[in-house]
Design a protein around this ligand. Structure first.
Ligand SMILES: Cc1cc2nc3c(=O)[nH]c(=O)nc-3n(C[C@H](O)[C@H](O)[C@H](O)COP(=O)(O)OP(=O)(O)OC[C@H]3O[C@@H](n4cnc5c(N)ncnc54)[C@H](O)[C@@H]3O)c2cc1C
Length: 486
């Protein structure tokens, strides 16, 4: 048997696992006709990355089948892995079960062993980045996720008509062109950047795209050949890009940080245990905000392997306590950066400054973002929490909440299953470790909501249910002993 045979055998084993667990459960959600005369979707999942795939699996597991999963990227290119991620390996340890949702055969480990054998698993260090992308694509196939690729959500508007409250979603497909669909609920599994924008300090903004780029849109490593490069920031993305520039043949790389120390610890790694996962959502608002304020104030250490990858080179310099106070374009067209540690002249600047939540930024939320309740609308002293106050303030099932009574009535049927959920619900929809727990919470909330929306129909179905257990011939001589019920 070669590795493909092994993978096919694993896929057959997964099909058997699902069959044994009686999955998928039959659809139980009554059909509704939309204003276009077509059956309305129960759920539109936007994003076919890790969170979107997990959402689809958990919904189908609970018998919610009338769903579509779309992703703006082509198949295989979902998520950051083959786009702007530049690390050689994942930062998480290989043994995490991540999206496997309690099915051993769906783990990365089984997928890896099927192809490379159990001994190779023992010697594998961290998971190579593109291999993780391959695994997620396979996971999508193995769980029948049916992601429709190359389809972008462009606009959401509320529709309230005879067919009930729904979201009208305007989609644009690279092949199919424009399409409008109606869905009773929407899951935004749009990733870390989905509800965020690159954090561009004001000083750099006027020169963005003119020698200054953010890591999210910075050029490929080859463009750095023979350049003197300044990378701004001390986090993982800054170090990842520094490594790329060095490996691309940069003449020199300076990593400039404001802080006096390089953070050595990633506090977020400590909060992956079940008590936190399930207890955090129940904390008070200030308790939640204080925890994440503490985690971020400590900085997030770049991974050891990434720093070692950078420091292999001798044309790199780490310069701490070097906030840039001025940028001047020289006559030669270079960029001169003023810092307390001296003036540095470089050809290119790359900002490893991360992302900040901005609910007004996504085009698809135009006219909706301003109605979403933020943490700043809830905390007694929001200014103390800096950027954290811009996170959406979500309900227990990832639903957006209104900031005032004039918000769209369907707002609570718009679910935020991505990084922006962190402040409200913890790490359930961003990193790998707890995404299955997140999918479970999300799908339960959706199942409950769909049931409540249709409770009259369900009551009618209960009254109409007449499937007999006894046929009347079980007791000789008593053919009709039960009374008629009106
Ligand atoms: C560089 C990097 C490294 C990371 N490394 C780790 C790690 O080692 N360990 C860990 O636990 N976590 C890691 N993470 C965090 C997390 O695992 C990833 O961000 C992961 O991709 C999150 O999955 P997701 O489904 O939320 O988002 P994504 O994988 O980003 O998927 C979102 C999808 O939504 C689609 N989309 C967005 N908007 C639209 C739209 N309007 N219409 C249609 N489709 C849309 C996108 O095309 C994308 O495919 C890393 C993140 C990054 C950025």
């Amino acid at each position: 048997m070669d590795e493909n045979d092994n993978l096919q055998a694993l896929e057959r084993a997964i099909a058997r696992d699902f069959e044994t667990l009686n999955l998928p459960v039959a659809n139980w959600v009554p059909e509704h006709t939309g204003p276009d005369g077509k059956p309305m979707l129960d759920v539109l999942v936007v994003g076919g990355g890790m969170c979107g795939l997990v959402a689809a699996l958990h919904l189908r597991r609970l018998g919610v089948h009338n769903i579509r999963v779309i992703d703006g990227q082509l198949a295989g290119l979902e998520g950051p892995w083959r786009a702007f991620a530049r690390m050689e390996t994942l930062r998480s340890p290989k043994h995490l079960t991540g999206p496997a949702s309690g099915v051993p055969n769906l783990t990365f480990r089984r997928w890896y062993e099927a192809q490379f054998g159990a001994p190779a698993w023992q010697t594998l260090g961290y998971i190579p980045r593109e291999m993780w992308a391959d695994y997620l694509n396979w996971y999508g196939r193995a769980t029948n996720s049916h992601v429709e690729n190359g389809i972008q959500l462009q606009r959401l508007t509320e529709h309230d008509g005879k067919s009930g409250l729904a979201w009208r979603a305007e989609l644009q497909g690279s092949e199919m062109g424009a399409e409008t669909v109606f869905a009773r609920m929407i899951v935004l599994a749009t990733g870390r950047e989905g509800l965020a924008v690159p954090r561009i300090p004001a000083l750099f903004a006027p020169l963005r795209g003119q020698g200054i780029d953010h890591t999210g849109d910075a050029p490929e490593r080859a463009a750095m050949k023979d350049c003197d490069v300044a990378v701004v920031g001390l986090g993982a993305s800054a170090f990842d890009y520094a490594a790329e520039a060095l490996e691309g043949g940069a003449h020199s790389v300076r990593i400039l940080g404001r802080s006096a120390v390089l953070s050595r610890i990633n506090k977020a790694k400590q909060v992956g245990y079940a008590g936190f996962l399930h207890g955090f959502p129940l904390l008070s608002d200030t308790e939640k905000a204080d925890i994440f304020k503490y985690i971020f104030a400590r900085g997030v250490a770049p991974p050891r392997g990434t720093v070692q990858r950078v420091m292999r080179h001798d044309n790199v310099e780490l310069i701490l306590e070097a906030p840039i106070s001025e940028i001047v374009r020289t006559r030669e067209g270079r960029l001169s950066l003023e810092t307390p540690k001296g003036r540095f002249e470089v050809d290119r600047v790359v900002l490893g400054t991360g992302y900040e939540i901005d609910l007004d930024a996504p085009e698809y939320l135009a006219g909706i973002g301003n109605h979403i309740r933020r943490w700043r609308d809830t905390l007694p002293e929001p200014e103390v929490y800096g950027e954290l106050q811009e996170f959406p303030y979500l309900g227990q099932g990832f639903q957006f909440l209104p900031v005032a009574s004039n918000a769209p009535a369907a707002l609570q049927r718009l679910l935020c299953f991505n990084h922006a959920a962190m402040l409200s619900l913890g790490n359930l929809a961003n990193d790998i470790p707890a995404v299955s727990e997140g999918g479970d919470r999300l799908a339960r909330h959706i199942a409950a909501t769909l049931y409540l929306l249709d409770k009259k129909i369900h009551a009618g179905m209960l009254h109409a249910y007449e499937d007999p257990e006894l046929l009347g011939d079980e007791i000789p001589g008593l053919t009709a002993w039960w009374p008629e019920v009106s």
